[in-house]
Design a protein around this ligand. Sequence first.
Ligand SMILES: [Zn+2]
Length: 340
Amino acid sequence: MRVLRVLLGLAAALGVVAAGALTWVLRDLPDLEPWAARWELPEAPPRGWEPRITARFLGVATLVISDGETTLLTDGWFTRVGLWDILRRAPVSPDPDAIATGLHRAEIRRAAVVMPVHSHYDHAQDAPDVAGRTGAVLLGSETTAWIGRGAGLREDQIRVAEPGVPQVFGDFTVTHLVSKHIALPAGQGRLGESLDAPLVPPVPIDAYPEGGAWSILIEHPLGSMLVQGSAGFVPGALDGYAADTVFLGLGGLARQGEAYSRQYLKEIVDALGARRVVPIHFDSLTERPDGRHVPGPRLLFDPRLSFALLEEWAEARPGRSVAWLRPWREVVLFPSPGGS
Ligand SMILES: [Zn+2]
C-alpha cells in the first residue's frame, strides 16, 4: 500500500510539473507590435468612384478582398474554440453570434464566394454559414463540400474546385492550385484524409480532416494575389504563375526551422515573382482579434524566425516589401491606375 501511495504521489507531482510546463510554454507569447509598427498599411480612404481593390484581414487566414462590386472571402472563420475544449475533444458548432458580428464588423453583406484554404476547422468550420448568410458560393475541396452539406447549405451554393481551372467572379478570376499542408506532429490534423459524407456539427475539431490544401490565385485587371494558408509547398507547383502580392501563412514554421522557411519563401513568394508579402496565420487560434492580432504561442509561431526572414527578404530585393494588415481595418491593395 505504501508503495502504491508513493507511486500515486509521484504521478500527481509529475502531472503538476507537466501542467506547469505546458502553461509556461503556451503563455510564451511573442510581441507583434514592433513588426506591426514597421509594416502597417494605412487605412483605406473612403471609397470614391475610382476602381480599386481593398483587403481586410480578420485573423488566421480569413481575408476579404473586394473591388467594390465583387467581394471574395477566404475561410470566413469567426468562431474560436478554447484550449480546454480542444484538449478534451468537446463537440463544437459554428458560433452564429461570432459570425454575425464578424460579418457586420467587416461590412460584408453580399459575397460572391467563400474559399477555405483547406478543410481544418480553423478554415472551414464557418464557411458554409458565411456562404448561407452572404449568398456566396462555397468553393473548395470535396471535403469542404461535405462540410457545406453537413451544415445544410444549398447544393447550388456548393462547388468543388478543379485544380488549375480558373473560375470567374465579377472581374476576379480565381484558380485553385494544389499545395501541401505544413507537417504536423504525428497523428495531428488528419493530413491527407478527406470526408465522403456530410459532417454535421457539433463535432470535436479533429472531425475536420485536411481534405487537401490549396494555393489560391486571385487575378483582377488591377492586380494579382495568391493566398497561401498553410506553410507547405509542392516544389515547382507555382512555376509559370505570377502574383504581385502573396498572403503568406506562417503557422507552424517555428517547428520547421530556418532552412525549411527559406525554401518555403523561395517556392511560394519568389516562384511567383511577388513584390509584396502580407503575413497571415501567425496569430492565436483560440482568441478573436480585436484592435490588434492576438499572438499564438511562440512554440507555433516565432517572429524572431519568420518575420526576421521576411524583413531580410524585402531588404535584399529592391522594390519588395512586407505589409501588415491590422485586423478588421480596410486597406487599399491595388489603387486604380490613374488615381489614389
Ligand atoms: Zn491546417
